[in-house]
Ligand binder design. Structure first.
Ligand code: ATP
Length: 360
């Protein structure tokens, strides 16, 4: 046992998965803290489910080790892991009532009588389904069914809960409601959760930390704020939130500051690139950091672009500007403030050097 493995709820040491010659997950090392909500976020096929399945025991790792509470779980059978699993399809027992569904994992653990009823009642109250206890799954809406699935998972107080796109089948408003509900349940029970989604907003709303995945590997692991404001790769910068990307060549990069040469001029930015040797780099500026007008002082930098589209979305107007290298940037403009730009206008824009980032 390594000393590090004792301190974390879960520790992956070089865990990988191959199917024949195809690599579904490159060797991956990461630690999950006790009580943490960690989200695996990435596009389809990036290896999220593969990683989760190895933690659950449903898939056998090709290499590496998995530690839970300091014990080596790499080859432990699924039925001895005692984890809670919630998937996109609720898999409720159709012939059992809501209360019977939720009681099932407790019965499997030999709980009965008043203790069992108290636990079921308490958990149904927490998911606001106490008045539905005697209904059958087919008499519930999709959101209610998913709440039963969550109750059935949280009721036996597992040490670790794995959720794979649990809200994937729900409509947008129910999805947003359930995101907050899962967060609340996680806080209330203090369980460690590993959650898979390809929805970046969902990951930002729910997670303590996000593990951004792409092409079978971890691109970046950090808090939502770290990943949003200090992306380490171009993929992380563009997959989470909207980024304006100015491509160019690295001129210099010291520990934290860098300079990039683009077709629109030279710009400075925090040098967050993970690959410090890359020559082809990109300056990243979030739309909310761009303002119309020339740079007011040396702390700011800017460029000009031609307005080629305006999109009115109520609280703001999105301006799309075409730059001299043919790329496009977007900025948000308050429709109630100042003169309204028009298509074809040449507009100067600026941003603070301190908010720009250089990635590769
Ligand atoms: P999605 O969001 O679409 O579920 P994902 O990030 O969860 O994607 P995985 O399910 O982990 O992706 O799959 C990663 C890669 O491994 C995919 O290219 C997939 O086709 C491949 N893969 C998964 N299971 C197998 C298998 N049993 N045999 C062969 N290839 C597989």
């Amino acid at each position: 046992m390594t000393s590090e493995s004792r301190q974390n709820k879960l520790l992956l040491e070089g865990l990988s998965k191959r199917y024949g010659s195809f690599t579904a997950l490159e060797p991956t090392s990461l630690a999950v803290e006790d009580g943490e909500f960690l989200t695996l976020l990435g596009p389809s096929g990036s290896g999220k489910t593969t990683l989760l399945q190895m933690v659950s025991g449903l898939a056998e790792p090709t290499s590496g080790r998995l530690w839970v509470d300091g014990e080596d779980w790499t080859h432990r059978p699924v039925n001895q892991r005692g984890m809670g699993l919630v998937f996109q399809h609720y898999a409720l027992f159709p012939h059992m009532t809501v209360a019977e569904n939720v009681a099932f994992p407790l019965q499997m653990r030999k709980l009965s009588g008043a203790d069992l009823r108290a636990r079921v009642d308490e958990t149904l109250k927490k998911v606001q389904l106490d008045s539905f206890a005697h209904r059958y799954p087919k008499e519930l809406s999709g959101g209610q069914q998913q709440r039963v699935a969550l109750a059935r998972c949280f009721v036996f107080r597992p040490r670790l809960i794995l959720m794979d796109e649990p809200l994937g089948a729900l409509d947008k408003s129910l999805r947003e409601h359930m995101q907050l509900e899962i967060r609340r349940l996680h806080k209330e029970f203090g369980t460690t959760v590993i959650y898979v989604t390809h929805d970046q907003e969902e990951a930002l709303v729910m997670s303590d930390r996000i593990c951004v995945m792409n092409h079978a590997r971890v691109e970046q692991l950090g808090t939502p704020r770290q990943i949003y404001s200090d992306p380490e790769t171009l993929f992380a910068a563009t997959f989470i939130g909207h980024s304006n990307v100015l491509r160019g060549k690295r001129i210099s990069a010291d520990e934290s500051q860098g300079v990039i040469r683009t077709a629109m001029g030279e710009f400075h930015g925090g040098y967050t690139a993970r690959d410090r040797s890359a020559e082809d780099v990109a300056l990243i500026v979030r739309p909310e950091h761009m303002r119309i007008g020339p740079a007011p002082s040396a702390e700011f930098e800017g460029l000009s672009g031609r307005v080629h589209d305006l999109v009115y979305v109520g609280a703001e107007t999105r301006l799309l500007l075409m730059l001299s290298d043919g790329s496009e940037i977007m900025l948000r403009h308050d429709p109630g403030i100042g003169a309204q730009p028009a298509i074809g206008d040449m507009l100067p824009v600026h941003w603070a050097r301190s908010v720009a980032r250089i990635v590769a």
